[in-house]
Design a protein around this ligand. Sequence first.
Ligand SMILES: Nc1ncnc2c1ncn2[C@@H]1O[C@H](COP(=O)(O)OP(=O)(O)OP(=O)(O)O)[C@@H](O)[C@H]1O
Length: 582
Amino acid sequence: MGVANGIECLSRPEQSVVSPMSLLFNSGVLPRWTCPMAFWIGLRSYAGGPRTKHKRYSPLASMPTSNNNKNRKKGAKSKKINTKSDPDQAFNFGQYGGLKKDVDVDMNSTSKLIQKISNFDQLLILPSVRDVVRKIISKESLKLQDNEKKKINENITPSPIQTVAIKKISKNLMDPKLQLHAIAAETGSGKTMAYLIPLIDYLKRQELETPELWETLRDAALIRSIILVPTHELVDQVYETVSQTNASLGLKSFKWDRTTSYRDLLEHIKNRMDILVTTPAKLLNLFSIRMITRPDKILSKVGFVVLDEADTLLDRSWLEETHSAIKKIPNINHLIFCSATIPQEFNKTMQRLFPTVIPIMTPRLHKLPFALDFKIINSALSPFKGSKIKALAQTLYAISNDDTEPGLEKRCIVFVNEKKDVPEIVNLLNNKFGHNAVGLTGEDTPEERSEKIVPFLSSPRPISEIAPQRPSSGASLKRFEIPNSNVVIGELKRTNSDATIPKNKSLHVLVTTDLMARGLNFKGVRNVVLYDVPKTSIDLIHRVGRTARMKQGGRVFMLTDNKTKSWAKALPKIIKKHQRLS
Ligand SMILES: Nc1ncnc2c1ncn2[C@@H]1O[C@H](COP(=O)(O)OP(=O)(O)OP(=O)(O)O)[C@@H](O)[C@H]1O
């Protein structure tokens, strides 16, 4: 049977296409156990925040204080200190930090470029692509409230990471050689569009600038580009953005997640798939679908591949799967890694390979969101007296009763370290404190996960749509400042003790773990509670990054107790100083 489209033929190819990727891998340059594609930059950690052996230094040693500098000068003689240390020393969060301290990308030229470019018109993007992208951003952007959406074009400017990424990637966009880029910028900074705009531009230019090639692709059964993400929630989210290019640019995008049928997948591949959004595991499935006997042919025209949340996809629990998936794509032209954090372990693994990747970073990498209001609540103090659940309940009351987000249903995400704690916290919040909470962990079925997460991923609903049950008329709101914290909190005093606790409908609470801390664009969620102090700076950055996205306002309440370490209590100061975390 003919090999017309890689789906009907029966014979397997005699020899596979030798590709730049397999060349890298098979040329012995890399030991077999490594993955041939991740090329993290040669990050050199500066002396920022040296963990010193001097007894008097606490883990806060990295905080630039006068005596630290004096000691650091003294210490400088004893060990070689990088002269190019970052002016704002990295703050070691957690016992071992976790993030690479500083990057050696020239931030000065990046900052100058960001200042120079204030409009998408100044970037090398096809006009048709530029117009569509502006419309997508204005539709999805949190910044533009409805009444502003009419002024679409003048309000949509490229975010810093978008400016830098598009500038660097579009320089040689259509060069046929293998090009590797690593995009790293703070959470909520618009990284999705930072890789999507070059990807879409690449596909459209391929159509317009190489018509003969396009003739061979237009009606073939193949996939032209792939975006890999770690979770099905992210597949849905990225696809929601990507699919908006279908009608306006004639691009055929498709998401392959747990709900996708093979029939649907084959149907879309048969009619040319321009952008596939999926997970590494699903992509590997392509090689075990009986009806597809030439999966290599289907992947032979994939020119553009993105690994979003790359530090997750390439950490030790994912490395094997991601590496196998990438190895199946023989002719990659652009391979882009994208993440909000550069964990040390990830960086070391990548440094061992070869740092040929072009780094694309912005000055706020590893810093918490600019417009973040970070509050610490010590549950050891009265009135909580060591009860974290009571501190959480009171915090949620304060959020639901304060004057923020007038007229809108408020949402709050509560992150815990252990998924086993989620059910009990939800139960107590709902049945003892009258809150409106749901719990979400990996134990939930895919259907349960998407049902629970949707109200937090969509924009806030008008409160008029939800029957707000105000506290019984006898209640009075006594407000008091929690000692040793910067939190004003209200205590609901009920005058008639038999009043049932009103279900607090004006605040919707999601209690979850790090499963939901990565990449998800919780639209307009203004409140995050860290029920447990995150174990690493990576967890802290991703959890906190679910709010205050794209310069929006946002509040984080972190519950502490007598066991909380001093470095955790220093966070409000670190954030106020916009200090980098490590
Ligand atoms: N140029 C822009 N102007 C205004 N809003 C934008 C712009 N680009 C993206 N956004 C909006 O900013 C929000 C965050 O974007 P995105 O999810 O891509 O951030 P991110 O950097 O990928 O975050 P994370 O690191 O958490 O994955 C989205 O609602 C998006 O629509």
